[in-house]
Design a binder for this molecule. Structure first.
Ligand SMILES: [Fe+2]
Length: 168
């Protein structure tokens, strides 16, 4: 039986209503993996004409969490970042993301970026999802085209985020 957006969002909602912390986001992460592994879900939300880098496919009216699809044509990388006041879950639908986790060694200030040190690098391949709790710094590197399903605890569009540099 295929996994619908309704099943997916209901599962996320139930998990977050039960527990809004790490336990809840772990269940959401599992739901993201389920969506990434479901051929019908992928076919429905990544049709050939979806080439949008960021597309909101669901916003929960009550809890505010948002489900996005991302289609990156060619390489796409981001510098170390967190998601401000939100957690974020990255699920790989197609291609590979090489993710690096970072530790903050100097907090950002008004006029200088924060400094970070590398913790570890690992690969997200199709069917895998990782959860980043509030403040957990990470940077995705994608050398080829990729497709992702991502959830944020709230829509972060337009929210100013801190910048970080790798400590030398
Ligand atoms: Fe992120």
């Amino acid at each position: 039986m295929s996994y619908s957006l309704e099943d997916f969002s209901n599962e996320c909602k139930a998990a977050l209503n039960k527990n809004s912390g790490a336990e809840g986001t772990e269940l959401v992460r599992q739901a993201v993996e389920k969506a990434c592994k479901d051929n019908d879900f992928i076919a429905a939300y990544f049709p050939p004409d979806n080439n949008e880098e960021r597309k909101l496919i669901y916003k929960d009216p009550e809890l505010g969490f948002c489900i996005f699809t991302h289609v990156y044509t060619g390489a796409k990388t981001s510098p170390p970042h967190d998601h401000g006041p939100s957690w974020a879950i990255y699920g790989q639908a197609e291609g590979t993301t090489e993710m690096t986790d970072w530790r903050c060694v100097e907090k950002p200030s008004e006029d200088s970026p924060g400094l970070v040190e590398k913790v570890k690098t690992y690969k997200l391949t199709p069917g895998m999802a990782y959860a980043y709790q509030v403040g957990e710094l990470h940077s995705p590197l994608r050398t080829g085209s990729t497709k992702l399903i991502r959830i944020e605890g709230m829509n972060m569009e337009g929210v100013q985020r801190d910048t970080y540099m790798v400590a030398s």
